[in-house]
Design a binder for this molecule. Structure first.
Ligand code: AMP
Length: 212
């Protein structure tokens, strides 16, 4: 089964994607994380991807589709996965449906605007293991030490500033929001209230998994 995670920036799909993948024992494929790695390279693709990401725009679908197809064709992903951040527009939905015939289910992270903005502005990540924290909502238990791997090396995303966030939210509303109706009409959509704290959303997701 492929489980697609849809939600606005800051809805918690990255954090909960890691939790869900662990729970289900399937790989978590975050296209945003993959693109951030590509954007660090000085290759032609790296520069192109970096330009779109720093402006808060969606990277062109032909680039993203190519990456996704290549990964989903590998052995590791043949039994399904959690797709975090893909598809993000109708073009990508159609592309995915063109080569995936597995059961597709969609979890929609429904979050209020105010919470979403604070989640993005406060977000920081352990550079070693990828655990996601938040200055307002979820700090490490020991200041400056990752709960999971004890590293003290943390990073902030360079597209998490206020101006870029606005652009990312606009892109989400225009390109991705329509997918919610699309998947709903197919009976594939499961909605979780993503306004609650991390543990409460985990509990809600565990209950939801029993229905998926
Ligand atoms: P995320 O980590 O999911 O918040 O994504 C960060 C950025 O990566 C987005 O603002 C886009 O620039 C790019 N991105 C992620 N997923 C996609 C996608 N499916 N299609 C195009 N661009 C994407």
């Amino acid at each position: 089964m492929i489980i697609i995670l849809i939600g606005s920036p800051g809805s918690g799909k990255g954090t909960q994607g890691r939790f869900l993948a662990n729970k289900l024992g399937i790989p978590h494929l975050s296209i945003g994380d993959m693109l951030r790695k590509i954007a660090k390279s000085s290759s032609k693709d790296g520069v192109l991807v970096n330009n779109y990401m720093t402006e808060g725009k969606l990277v062109p679908s032909e680039v993203v589709n190519g990456i996704i197809k290549k990964i989903l064709s590998t052995k590791e992903y043949k039994n399904g996965c959690l797709l975090d951040g893909y598809p993000r527009n109708i073009e990508q939905v159609q592309f995915l449906e063109g080569f995936i015939n597995k059961n597709i289910k969609v979890i929609y992270f429904d979050v209020d605007n105010q919470i979403m903005t604070k989640r993005i502005l406060g977000r920081f990540t352990c550079s070693n293991c990828g655990e996601i924290y938040n200055t307002y909502y979820f700090k490490p238990k020991v200041d400056q030490v990752c709960d999971v791997c004890n590293s003290s090396d943390f990073s902030y995303r360079n597209d998490d500033d206020e101006q870029t966030i606005n652009k990312r939210i606009q892109e989400y509303n225009k390109e991705t929001q329509p997918l919610i109706e699309y998947y709903k009409s197919q009976g594939r959509l499961y909605t979780v209230n993503a306004n609650k704290d991390k543990e409460a959303v985990e509990v809600a997701l565990e209950a939801l998994l029993k229905r998926v």
